[in-house]
Each structure stands twice: as structure tokens, then as C-alpha cells.
Design a protein around this ligand. Sequence first.
Ligand SMILES: Cc1cc2nc3c(=O)[nH]c(=O)nc-3n(C[C@H](O)[C@H](O)[C@H](O)COP(=O)(O)OP(=O)(O)OC[C@H]3O[C@@H](n4cnc5c(N)ncnc54)[C@H](O)[C@@H]3O)c2cc1C
Length: 334
Amino acid sequence: MHIQQNISLKPFNTFGIDVPAEYFTELEDIESLPELTAEQQPKHILGGGSNILLTQPLAGLVVHNKLKGISVAKEDDTNVWLKVQSGEVWHDVVLFAISNGWGGIENLALIPGTVGAAPMQNIGAYGVEAKNVIETVTCWHWEEKTFLTLNSSECSFGYRDSIFKHGLKDKAIITSVVFKLQKQPEYNTSYGAIQQELEHMGITELSVKAIANAVMNIRRSKLPDPAVIGNAGSFFKNPTISVASYSELQPSFPHIPSYPVNEATVKIPAGWLIEQCGWKGYRAGDTGVHAKQALVLVNYAHASGSDIWKLSGEIVDSVKKKFGIELEREVQVW
Ligand SMILES: Cc1cc2nc3c(=O)[nH]c(=O)nc-3n(C[C@H](O)[C@H](O)[C@H](O)COP(=O)(O)OP(=O)(O)OC[C@H]3O[C@@H](n4cnc5c(N)ncnc54)[C@H](O)[C@@H]3O)c2cc1C
């Protein structure tokens, strides 16, 4: 295990924020975990850095996850259980599933980052969430110095939420995930513009590959590429409000969109709320709100994490003032 000192994290986060890590190491095998446990505190687990905002120099040890490996744990006539090490790139796993014709994660194509962050955040897109396919999550508990394997219900998955953001926050590093995929996929094309894009592509026979390609086309047309403009995807969660609060807003905002969550609550697209407050395309120095998607905050070149944090606070305040709705940040702030 090689521990480096004073390493710039600029190449390791998709916002492209330049702050140093006091200590930095790459984790390449799980056998090093007991030794790593004794090293510097606190420990910050870094995957692809696509869901973090770095606001200050990081004290302690950044552990860059490079655990690799994809294998079939078991299979039967209808399903295959894929065991994936947590440092694998998420999209590579999607491509692997597609190349075998296995269904379940094709709608999650092109989400940046690593497999280890997928259960932490319960990543989701186009009507599918990671929790739909996660069978178990294995992690190393830093204090108990042992591996734990949690089944899906023990992970307490919610909307962009899991036990790894609560009870196990900063206490464990996810080392592998088992995904249950379908050999005869049930396609989900009802969300967003997938159906429209499939028609545009001239697809007459559905396949996991066609759906993933449609999702990738839509994503590429809507979202900024972090390699070109620094960003972390959706900066805020879509807020959930009660049906009663929604009815109160409707007379003043007749076009306010909503999606039912259950009988008592609805979800409001945060991007719409932010756009209504006039932020879409806003720019101050190198910090801004993306011109095509108001949910995405961007770093045009040399913005600091605190510049972006400050802008996010101004957005939260304006949405609260106009709609009485409190936006919650989706990105992890370090
Ligand atoms: C252009 C763009 C589009 C995006 N679109 C989507 C989308 O459609 N849906 C969606 O859900 N997200 C989306 N995201 C957000 C992001 O891709 C996901 O949250 C992703 O899962 C983050 O993975 P990561 O490896 O980069 O995590 P990081 O940013 O490295 O880490 C995020 C958090 O997870 C923790 N973590 C990471 N790995 C581990 C581990 N092995 N064990 C324990 N904790 C860990 C970190 O400590 C940190 O708190 C998008 C981001 C970008 C830049």
C-alpha cells in the first residue's frame, strides 16, 4: 500500500475542483483492508468523484477505490446474479450486461461513477433505480474490522438514499455488489422520452441494447459532459411534497408539474422550480447553472467548491421564497 501526501484532487472529481488531500492512496485489493484500517483518520472513500463537491482541503486519507472484477455468482433459467467489485466503472457493467442480453440496468446507461457508489446513492434514471436489481451489498466495517453482507431490505434504500448515508455513513467501504439481472428482460420504456427516441432511431424490435442506446442518446443531448464542463449531474433532489401543499400551489402556478409518489405525496421536478426562479443559464464568473438543464450546476473553469456551494444556497433560498419548498442537495459535500 502506497500512501502519498498532499495530492491535488482536481483529476479525481467531475466538477474539476482543485483542493489537496492530506493523504491519498489507491485500494486495489481487499486483502489490504485490515492494514488500511490502521492508517490515517478520517477516511474519505472516492469512486469516480461524480457526486461530490469539494469545498476545502481534505484532512485525513482519501481512499481511491480501484477494486476490479466482474463474475457470474450464480444463474438459473430466468436470472443471472452478477458479482461486481466496487471499483468497476458503472457504465462498463451496463455494457457487460447488454453484451450478454441481460436486462435490468439498461435504463441506467451512462451514469458516471463506480459500482460502489450505486447502492450508497441508490442511483436512478428513466424509471429504474439500482435497488430494483441489487441483491446484496458487501462492505468492510472500519471499526468492527470485518466484512458485512447486507440484503436489499437491510440497505434501507430510498430515493437517492440508503443506510450508507445514515447508519453506516463513514463507517464502511462497499467492496462488492451482487446484481440480479433478467435473462428474459422486462423492458421499461414508459419514462421520459425513451419511446420517442426509439421511434426516432427506427427501432421496431426492443432489446436491452436498443433501450440503452436510446437512453445514451437522450442523456448526451441533455447533460453536459464533465470532460468539457465541470459538473456533478443533478445537484438537487426532486422534492416530495404533500398532495395538499401541491393543491395550494396550483392556483398561483397552474403549470407546476408533478409525479405521484403515493396517495398522499407528489414529486416536483427541482429543475422546473429552479428554472421558474430565473436561474437557468445563469453565470457568475466560472460558476453557473447549465443552460439546458437547471438542475445541473457547473464549473466553467476555475470555480471553487465554496463558490458553487454559495450559488446552491442562493438557489435554495429563492425556491423556498417563491414556492415554500426546501430543496435538498443530492451531491455529497466534502
Ligand atoms: C453528468 C452526470 C450525470 C449524472 N446522472 C445521474 C443519474 O442519472 N442518476 C443518478 O443517480 N446519479 C447521476 N449522477 C451522479 C453520480 O454519477 C452518481 O451518484 C454516482 O453513483 C457517483 O459515483 P462515484 O463513483 O463517482 O461516487 P463519488 O462521487 O466518488 O462518491 C459519492 C459518494 O459515495 C461514497 N462512495 C463512493 N464509493 C463508495 C464505496 N465503495 N463505499 C462507500 N462509499 C462510497 C463517497 O464517499 C461519496 O460520499 C450524474 C453525475 C454526472 C456528473
